[in-house]
Design a protein around this ligand. Structure first.
Ligand SMILES: C[S@@+](CC[C@H](N)C(=O)[O-])C[C@H]1O[C@@H](n2cnc3c(N)ncnc32)[C@H](O)[C@@H]1O
Length: 421
C-alpha cells in the first residue's frame, strides 16, 4: 500500500510538476524524467513525486472529468498539471486535504495560486465520491488505443485491458540457484514469484546475493518457451536491461547479448555482474550485426510501442501515437530478417514484443517470416497458464490475464525454425 507523500512537501510537488511537464509537454519517458531530477532531492521526495506523477498519468481522463466541473475556462498547462496532481492526491492517494492543497498551491506560479486553491478546495469537498459513476476505463484510455484493442480483442477484451490498467503492477521476480521465496511472495504457476506493488527489490533477501531479478511474469515466458539447453549457442537480440539474457545464461546457454544503446548495454553488464552470470555483450545494431558463426537459437525481444506495459509505465499511454505502431512494426520486420540470417539450419527463433497491438504481434507472425517455418507452441506449452497460448500456437498475454492474482504485462511471442539445408 502506498504511503501518503511528505506533508510539508513543496519539493515533492515541484518534482512531480517537473515529471509531468516532461511527459505531457516535452514527450519524454517518465524514467528519463526521474533520472533528470536534481540529485539533491531526497529519496523520499523523489518516490513521492513519482507516485503522484504515476497516479496522474494512470487516471488522467478521470481526473480531468472531475476538474472540468470546477473550471470555467481552459487553464495554462502548468495550472492544469498542478490541478491534476492535487486532484490525484485528494481522490486517489489519500493525502490529507490540507497538505495536498497547500503544497500544490505553493508549487504553481504565484498568479495562479488563488485559482488552484479555489478549485482544489472544491475537489477536496467533493471527495473520492466525485469519481463514482465515471467510466474510468474509457476515460483513462487514449481513444486510438481503445479502438485498436476493440478491434483486436472485442468490446469486453478492450474494457478488461483498460480496467487492468487502473492499478499499479505487482513486483514479479525471476530467480536462480538457492533463492528462497521471500516472505509475503506468491509463487505463480508460471514459475515467477510475486510481491505486492511498491515492494523494493533491493530490500529483499537474495537481491544482494544476485539470486533474484525484477521481471514481469509475462516477460519471463518467451525464454521459457524458447527452452534453452545447457551449452547451446544463443543470440539475445535487443537485450538490455537483460532480464531475458539472465534467464538464458542461468539455463546454461552460451549467450551473446546484442544491444545498440551504450548506456543500456552498460546496465546490462552491471545486471549480469550482480547476478554472477556470464554473457558476451556486443554493442551493435542487431539489424546490421554479422557475427562469424551461426546460432542454435535466437531470441528477438524487439523494440515496440510497449503498450503491454502501461500498468507499469503509465506514461506509455500518453507518449505513443497510432503512427508509432506502424514504424515499430517496420523496424521489427527488419530485425526479424536479420535474426533469421543468424540461425543454423534447424535453429529456432522466438520473436517477442511487449505490445498489445496486433501489428506488432499476431500480424508479424501471420506473414511469411523471412523464409522461416512456423513452429507453433503446443497448447500445453505453459501448464500454469493454459489461456496464454492462442489457437494459432502463439503466446498472447494481456494485463487482465490472471487478473485475480494481479494480472501480467501484455506480451506476444511466436516461434519459427530455419528450414534444414
Ligand atoms: C524491449 S527492450 C528489451 C528488453 C530485454 N530483452 C530484457 O528482457 O530485459 C528493447 C531493447 O532493444 C534495444 N534496441 C532497439 N533497437 C535495437 C537495435 N536495432 N539493435 C539492438 N538493440 C536495439 C533498446 O535499446 C532496448 O534496450
Amino acid at each position: 500500500m502506498s504511503r501518503a507523500p511528505n506533508a510539508s512537501g513543496l519539493p515533492t510537488r515541484r518534482a512531480a510538476l517537473a515529471l509531468l511537464d516532461a511527459v505531457l509537454e516535452r514527450r519524454r519517458p517518465l524514467e528519463e524524467a526521474l533520472e533528470a531530477l536534481p540529485p539533491s532531492l531526497e529519496a523520499r521526495d523523489r518516490a513521492a513525486a513519482h507516485r503522484i506523477a504515476a497516479a496522474v498519468l494512470r487516471r488522467m481522463g478521470s481526473l480531468d472529468a472531475v476538474l472540468e466541473a470546477f473550471l470555467t475556462r481552459n487553464p495554462p498547462p502548468v495550472v492544469r498539471t498542478a490541478l491534476r496532481m492535487g486532484a490525484a492526491e485528494l481522490l486517489l492517494l489519500e493525502t490529507p486535504p490540507h497538505a495536498a492543497v497547500a503544497s500544490t498551491v505553493g508549487a504553481v506560479p504565484r498568479p495562479f495560486a488563488g485559482l488552484v486553491n479555489a478549485v482544489l478546495r472544491k475537489v477536496a469537498a467533493a471527495g473520492p465520491a466525485a469519481l463514482e459513476g465515471l467510466d474510468a476505463a474509457r476515460l483513462d484510455t487514449p481513444p486510438w488505443l481503445w479502438s485498436a484493442w476493440h478491434t483486436a480483442y472485442g468490446a469486453a477484451g478492450a474494457r478488461a485491458i483498460a480496467e487492468a490498467h487502473g492499478a499499479p503492477a505487482p513486483l514479479d521476480l525471476s530467480h536462480q540457484g538457492a533463492a528462497a521465496l521471500p516472505e509475503g511472495a506468491v509463487a505463480l504457476p508460471t514459475g515467477s514469484w510475486r510481491m505486492p506493488a511498491g515492494t523494493r527489490i533491493t530490500e529483499l533477501p537474495g537481491f544482494a546475493e544476485g539470486l533474484i531479478w525484477a521481471q514481469d511474469a509475462a516477460a519471463a515466458l518467451p525464454v521459457r518457451l524458447l527452452d534453452p539447453k545447457p551449452g547451446e549457442q544463443i543470440a539475445d537480440l535487443c537485450a538490455a536491461p537483460g532480464g531475458k539474457t539472465a534467464q538464458l545464461a542461468a539455463a546454461g546457454a552460451q549467450v551473446v547479448a546484442v544491444e545498440r544503446d551504450p548506456r543500456r548495454a552498460a546496465r546490462l553488464r552491471e545486471n549480469l555482474a550482480r547476478l554472477q552470470l556470464t554473457a558476451e555483450v556486443v554493442e551493435a545494431d542487431a539489424a546490421a550485426w554479422r557475427p562469424d558463426s551461426l546460432f542454435d537459437a535466437v531470441l528477438l525481444d524487439a523494440p515496440c510501442t510497449a503498450t503491454g506495459t502501461i500498468r507499469r509505465h503509465p506514461d506509455v499511454a500518453h507518449l505513443k501515437r497510432a503512427k508509432d505502431v506502424a514504424s515499430a512494426a517496420d523496424l521489427q520486420r527488419r530485425l526479424i530478417a536479420a535474426a533469421a540470417a543468424l540461425l543454423k539450419p534447424g535453429g529456432r527463433l522466438v520473436f517477442a514484443t511487449c505490445s498489445l497491438q496486433w501489428e506488432e504481434g499476431e500480424a508479424q507472425a501471420e506473414r511469411e517470416l523471412a523464409g522461416l517455418a512456423p513452429r507453433p507452441f503446443p497448447a500445453d506449452a505453459l501448464p500454469g497458464l493454459p489461456g496464454a497460448i492462442t489457437p494459432e500456437g502463439h503466446l498472447r498475454t494481456r494485463p487482465d490475464l490472471m487478473a485475480e492474482a494481479g494480472g501480467m504485462d501484455g506480451f506476444f511471442a511466436a516461434r519459427f525454425e530455419r528450414r534444414p539445408g
